[in-house]
Write a protein that binds this ligand. Structure first.
Ligand code: BMA
Length: 869
């Protein structure tokens, strides 16, 4: 379908765009590029039209202020019209539209997250049929809804100015971050973002098959609750046969199919004599599946035949008293085993969802699992992700904390709003509930906290009214539907929340950030992130993080030379978080000398690098604190069972909290995550001048481990001394202190060392002296105060052998934060951003596209901290 603007609100702006060329390569979801337009569609032109290029988010603002009509003509056929029922199905309409066929209005849409269908048999012609979808501007719609809601305000009205966004997004059921966010641009898309099709049938139309595994502990019996959603033309008696051949399980159900659209539930017992293989989170076991076959019969005629994957696992959210603490635990038990959630938060991977390719999704999720994460939270300001996303998570063992799409706002509760939300929730739960990767449904992002801590300055006298609305939406509607649709998973009303304690307090706790209950979001950009005492010892950290800039090559694709300075308009335009650019430097300045090159470009790229170091070290410190707090309760706090940092991915090329840049390049943080989420990890920290090393293990079995602490001088590649702890049995799923010594005694015992001249590396080894888990480091002073740091003059040699490319480094000195960069050659290194305390190191490079030693050698740059000083 070709869209046309149907209302002209900003004629001059549009003319300005179209005059440049006809290469509208970006717009969603149908490509508007006209190959016959004769326009210049070369890569350069496309770059200028790339909505992400420089300030284009502002230049293209008019598009979403306009109304658009998509029209297409298709040919009908008698074969379709002889069927008893013909449905025109829209899998995703973004968002407010009126749909007509051959001039007759079929209906209206108001919710991007719903599927819509219309019965069209009698409207179809055998020849040409004209289908029109007329979209109303989402911005104007949101504003109209807001105006109509005159009895009381539903805040917030607009995003902060720094976000350069649109207002009243809470009045439209659309991706909330599409009106801008603190990491993303405002691109309120307008269009058909999923498929459109005609389905014609005589007896019934299959809509969906879903299944839930249910385990009956008392009789050790697995059951499968299968649900079939069908649209039946006329009531009939038939039978349905369910089978899982691999489990030798089969059952037939006689039943009556009633006219209309209905869900049919079948509870199917799995043959008890067969062993059922369980689906496990990554790091805890495999992810096996079985094939379920569903066949429907009318008499002897097969009228339906479907196959789908089924998985078996149980999940519980455990909130029970904690010994030595006034609060409640908050952890997940999967297949009866307590699991520490390690991971991050997922945001939409692109402002234009049609641009999220299967390859880019797979790449991001592969990067998630490869960084030793086992969980992601699909955050409530984005979209319910596409099926493939969850399929990949099922396959990789990535557990999903699935928010419903409400974030950082109050929402209206008028009947039409509630009705559309109810349909959205029912459809999404039905679509997604078969995925074992989803381990929890959660009502919203931060709306309990917003109410409790009064983000929107609501007068105290009105608070009960807002709480009532909150309960109406999330508890009486969303929760009610979810519990009906899915008895197999926990439901949480918000994040952060005190969980069961919030419920006790009427669903909005006085302090939803209480570390003794539920989950916590914690951000502080001004406190020193190297000081673990600043972090809340929460039961579950579902958000925390620090910003950094993406690498130069990522920015270069959407900028020009005049943009390449930390104080340029571009640099401040891309920053959507108030004072964000300053905060990054201030945090970095606590421990590093800030870049001060006289070469402006070098100063800029050095600044990008220093922000990545800062972010990687901050998130490392905080994550290690959470992991080592899993077995302790101190002053009533601890027993931490989750660390999901904010945020995994980026929506465009800009500074943000992400560990992966737009395009898939790993930031230093992601390389660090690979280590700090390792199944077996040594963690060091100081408490009142005493150095502790903890051994953290996510394994399912005990390991005898000792800590090896090596003292190095900043000025010399030969280490100064090595200390070794006794062997200790570290049980699976625990964190224990394995080494303890006062720093003063350690340095004195080691001879020629002070806090300023020396640093520590450490690792764990088993009884046979084999290293377990990664190397780790602990600085005894800020690198800005370190004495003896030398220029390492690193040389690098790229080679290729049967297993791929390698880079062999040779260093003349201890080199902190060694950063290898191949510009825009896509791929990733086996390790990066590391501390080099050896003369030689070999790193491999996994290239995502064909390349050569010559190309890699030409592109490779190696930066270390001393290059910035
Ligand atoms: C959180 C999130 C997002 C936001 C992030 C960084 O609280 O839920 O709304 O992007 O902080 O500010």
């Amino acid at each position: 379908m070709r869209p046309n603007p149907t209302d002209v609100t900003e004629e001059s702006a549009r003319t300005g765009l179209q005059n440049r060329s006809g290469c509208f390569v970006f717009f969603n979801p149908l490509t508007l590029a006209d190959p016959n337009s004769g326009a210049d569609c070369s890569p350069i032109t496309i770059r200028w039209h790339d909505p992400y290029f420089r300030f284009n988010d502002l230049l293209y603002r008019w598009i979403a202020l306009d109304n658009w009509t998509y029209t297409t003509t298709f040919t009908g056929s008698p074969q379709i019209r002889i069927k008893h029922k013909v449905l025109l199905i829209f899998d995703g309409v973004d968002t407010v539209a009126s749909i007509s066929l051959n001039g007759i209005i079929l209906g209206k849409t108001d919710n991007m997250f719903r599927r819509y269908d219309f019965s069209v048999r009698d409207l179809l012609n055998d020849g040409d049929n004209v289908l029109e979808v007329s979209f109303f501007s989402p911005i104007l719609y949101a504003s109209k809804q807001w105006k109509a809601h005159s009895s009381y305000t539903v805040p917030p009205e607009c995003p902060p100015d720094v976000q350069k966004g649109e207002c009243h997004v809470n009045f439209i059921r659309k991706e909330q971050s599409s009106f801008s966010w603190d990491w993303g641009p405002s691109f309120p898309t307008v269009g058909l973002w999923k498929g459109v099709r005609l389905e014609a049938f005589d007896i019934l139309q299959f809509i969906q098959l879903s299944s839930l595994p249910l385990y009956n502990h008392s009789c050790s019996q697995w059951r499968l609750q299968a649900e079939l959603l069908v649209d039946v033309v006329q009531t009939f008696d038939g039978k349905v046969e369910l089978s899982i051949p691999e489990l030798d399980s089969k059952q037939t159900f006689q039943m009556r199919f009633l006219q209309g659209r209905l869900n049919y539930n079948f509870t199917f017992n799995i043959n008890q004599s067969r062993e059922v293989k369980l689906w496990w989170p990554s790091g805890h076991g495999d992810q096996p599946f079985y094939l379920l076959t569903v066949r429907g019969f009318l008499g002897r005629f097969l009228i339906l035949s479907k196959e789908s994957k089924v998985f078996f696992r149980t999940v519980e959210l455990v909130q029970e008293p904690v010994v030595g603490s006034p609060g409640l635990s908050f952890y997940f038990r999967v297949n009866g085993r307590q699991v520490f959630l390690k991971g991050s938060n997922w945001i939409p991977a692109h402002s234009f969802q049609d641009q999220v390719t299967p390859a880019s999704l797979r790449n991001l999720l592969r990067s998630t699992a490869d960084a030793n994460m086992n969980a992601l939270r699909v955050w409530g300001g984005g979209v319910y992700e596409q099926d493939l996303f969850y399929d990949i998570c099922d396959e990789l063992g990535i557990m999903i904390w699935q928010d419903f799409m409400f974030a950082c706002a109050m929402y209206p509760t008028e009947d039409d709003f509630i009705q559309t939300v109810r349909e959205e929730v029912a459809q999404q739960v039905q679509r997604l509930k078969s995925h074992p990767s989803i381990i929890i449904w959660s009502g919203n992002n931060e709306n309990e906290a917003a109410l409790a801590t009064n983000w929107f300055s609501i007068p105290a006298s009105l608070k009960p009214m807002y709480i009532k609305d909150y309960v109406t939406l999330y508890v009486n509607n969303i929760r009610q539907i979810v519990q009906e649709e899915d008895p197999s998973r926990p439901f949480l009303v918000s994040s952060p929340t005190n969980g069961a304690e919030s419920e006790q307090e009427g669903w909005v706790a006085e302090n939803p950030y209480d570390p003794r209950y539920g989950d916590v979001h914690f951000y502080s950009y001004v406190l020193d992130c190297w000081d673990w005492k600043t972090f809340p010892r929460t039961r579950f950290a579902s958000e925390y993080g620090f910003q950094s800039w993406p690498s130069f090559s990522t920015l270069q694709s959407v900028s020009v030379q005049e943009d390449w300075s930390y104080s340029s308009d571009f640099t401040s335009h891309r920053q959507h978080h108030e004072d964000g650019n300053q905060q990054m430097l201030q945090q970095a300045a606590l421990h590093f000398i800030l870049p001060n090159s006289t070469d402006p470009l070098k100063k800029f790229t050095d600044s990008l690098y220093i922000t990545q170091i800062m972010q990687a070290e901050c998130v490392k410190t905080q994550t290690e604190f959470y992991r080592r707090s899993q077995s302790e309760v101190i002053e009533g706090k601890g027993h931490t069972m989750g660390a999901l940092y904010w945020q995994l991915n980026d929506i465009w090329q800009a500074p943000s909290w992400s560990s992966i840049e737009f395009g898939g390049k790993w930031k230093m943080l992601h390389y660090f995550a690979q280590n700090f989420f390792a199944p077996v990890l040594p963690v060091a920290f100081e408490d009142d001048d005493t150095l502790f090393v903890y051994a953290v293990s996510d394994l399912n079995r005990g390991l005898k481990l000792r800590a090896v602490v090596i003292v190095h001088s900043w000025s010399d590649l030969d280490s100064v001394c090595t200390l070794t702890s006794n062997l200790l049995l570290v049980s699976g799923g625990s964190a224990v202190a394995i080494f303890k010594q006062s720093v003063a005694a350690l340095l004195a015992g080691c001879g020629r060392c002070t806090r300023l001249t020396c640093l520590l590396t450490f690792h764990l080894q088993n009884e046979d002296g084999i290293q377990q888990g990664p190397n780790n480091h602990h600085f005894l002073c800020s690198p800005k105060d370190a004495q003896g740091l030398q220029r390492p003059n690193i040389t690098a040699k790229v080679q290729e052998d049967d297993s791929g490319f390698t880079v062999t480094l040779h260093s003349a000195a201890v080199a902190p934060f060694v950063w290898l960069d191949l510009g825009n050659i896509p791929g990733r290194f086996s390790s990066n951003g590391f501390l080099m305390v050896t003369r030689n190191a070999t790193i491999s490079f996994d290239a995502w596209y064909p390349t050569s030693v010559a190309e890699l050698s030409r592109s490779l740059t190696v930066t270390t901290l001393m290059d910035v000083y």
